[in-house]
Ligand binder design. Structure first.
Ligand SMILES: [Zn+2]
Length: 324
């Protein structure tokens, strides 16, 4: 489905069929050269949706560049297949590095799951799922044009400012059109779901980047906000406050688990937290358990960095406890 959102700016709903997010909102800015913002998974259905929408709008990929808000497969995987000879594919510099080293990037969660406290059965099941379909494994290769904070692009008569919004991914980049106070926010701000911030390494602190980059956006006048999934239910600034409050509550809940249970692995902490699902922790699908543990590690890294918790390693398992 195509919907006009502003002069020369269209939303294209791209089916995803995956879990809670049943579609991606891609956007097209029509101009002498067009800019397609996000692409979707590399599937025939997705490819047909995008090329069909361009055709309906009287154009094609020949005249279109691509801007990827971030490197996750539901946004970036199709870009290589869509890109023609003349297509520039823009993406934040940090995410370009990750996509240029895909073998490493998409295998991180397979490294040493026992150190995170995963029981062997869950780790074996993850290997099974990974073997079925690893991201980008069948995708056409793609040359990326890196963008950095403050870079300006011009499409459809609009000046678009690249804003570094790392957190959900290390190189997530939003686009802001000052003239019409419009923000393409990717997955940095979503409305009826909280953007996932996760890590597999407690030495980086994506939650700090994420929350700082949310606070940074409060300095921008935003009248139209265009997220990459689902709709908009309140103002951008209201939503920023809600998401910041959510993470503070989450950090409090995690501290409470450590207070009650003492030194715990990321897996044990995740199993003791509340999750917004219809099933119990034991019944949660393996892939979701891995996402949950990734989220827990991001929050643990934030608390470690703040000096509120300590880490030790016992029998090869990472354990976290309240700071003594
Ligand atoms: Zn997404």
């Amino acid at each position: 489905m195509i919907q006009k959102v502003f002069d020369n700016i269209y939303k294209i709903e791209v089916p995803m069929r995956d879990g809670a997010l049943n579609c991606l909102n891609a956007y097209l800015i029509l101009g002498e050269r067009n800019l397609l913002i996000d692409t979707g998974f590399d599937r025939d259905e997705t490819y047909k949706t995008i090329t069909g929408a361009l055709c309906e709008l009287g154009t094609s990929m020949e005249d279109t560049d691509i801007f990827l808000t971030h490197m996750h497969p539901d946004h970036a995987e199709l870009a290589g297949r869509l890109a023609g000879k003349n297509t520039r594919v823009y993406i934040g510099a940090e995410d370009a590095k990750l996509l240029n080293d895909r073998e490493k990037t998409f295998n991180v969660r397979r490294q040493n799951p026992s150190s995170k406290g995963f029981p062997p059965g869950v780790a074996v099941d993850y290997e099974r799922i990974h073997a079925l379909r690893s991201p980008f494994s069948r995708s056409a290769s793609c040359t990326y044009t890196e963008v950095n904070d403050g870079d300006m692009l011009e499409y459809g008569g609009y000046k678009l400012r690249c804003i570094d919004c790392a957190g959900h991914s290390p190189g997530q980049t939003c686009l802001y059109i000052e003239d019409i106070k419009l923000l393409f926010c990717g997955d940095h701000i979503l409305f009826d779901i909280t953007p996932n911030v996760s890590s597999w390494d407690d030495e980086v602190n994506p939650l700090k980047d994420y929350t700082e980059n949310l606070k940074k956006l409060k300095a921008y006048d935003i009248e139209i906000i265009l997220p990459a999934h689902r709709g908009v239910t309140c103002s951008a600034h209201e939503r920023i406050d809600q998401i910041l409050a959510h993470h503070n509550e989450r950090l409090d809940e995690l501290m409470e688990v450590l207070r009650k249970n003492g030194a715990s692995s990321p897996y044990d902490i995740a199993s003791a937290l509340t999750w917004n699902t219809f099933c119990t922790w034991d019944d949660m699908p393996t892939f979701q358990k891995y996402s949950a543990v990734g989220e827990v590690i991001a929050h643990l890294a934030f608390l470690l960095d703040s000096g509120l918790i300590d880490k030790s390693v016992e029998g090869g398992v990472d354990l976290y406890s309240l700071a003594s």
